[in-house]
Design a protein around this ligand. Sequence first.
Ligand code: ATR
Length: 280
Amino acid sequence: MRCAIIGKPLAHSVSPAFQTAAFRAAGVDATYERWETEPDRLAGAIAALRAPDFLGANVTVPYKERVAPFLDDLRDEASALNAVNTIVNDRGRLVGHNTDVSGFLRALDTVLHDEPVGHAVVLGAGGAARAAVLALGRRGAIEVAVLNRTERRAIDLCADLAEAVASPLMPLGLDAARRALRDANVVVNATSVGMAHGPDADSIPLPPDALHEGLVVVDLVANPLETPLLRAAAAAGARTLGGLTMLVEQGAAAFELWTGLRAPREIMFEAALSATAGAR
Ligand code: ATR
């Protein structure tokens, strides 16, 4: 059987490493292929997934929103976000899922356990931020403040998700971080600040002195494993969660949709860890 990841660029994706490890560990005879795809080839790539030897695919940047029109059905979170990260080939019918939401929640539970989310702050307004906001709402956040450098995008995000999320959503500029963090229990970095090799690799998306020990600080940046934000958060006594756990959890949920088997999470995490180290 076959699976693919569709996106561009894909050179640094660690999904092939940990999905291949998962197939091997679970005894599934399947390959996981890197399909770096140009925009004008997207429709053809999706159509190819209908063949009987395909389990499905993952979809990543920049196509999560763009694949929706090529699919036959969108499941709950995928339709609320209008974004798909996992496609399942159900005997020629393509069904779009979004496991970023459940992956985020499983990762969050590794630090939060059964504590309530309380007041949450999400930094950023792109696709990663949208998945985090939906997830925090699903887990009963009292309120989610959405802070973005370009405040207009935070306003749009809150308007788009208002119907799908029961928790009140509050759009703000990044300059409101200090005030928003004072009463917060959970803060999520869904910006690209802190990403290895990016323009802001050494930066922190909020004033470090706004961090405090009552916080759970989640960084969706998966490389490096310890971002400047996570380092500052740990120094302030906060509990921390890095992006690799969510990356593996969204992949584990995809694996379970494709195979119907329980994902070998520890093996996947170890494979993701060594692939990340190799990509540095
Ligand atoms: P994705 O869909 O992968 O989440 P994206 O749409 O490119 O990615 O979003 C990147 C996020 O990082 C945006 O919220 C962006 O803020 P803007 O909307 O103002 O561009 C944020 N971001 C990137 N660089 C930043 C920086 N130096 N400081 C603060 N926020 C930054």
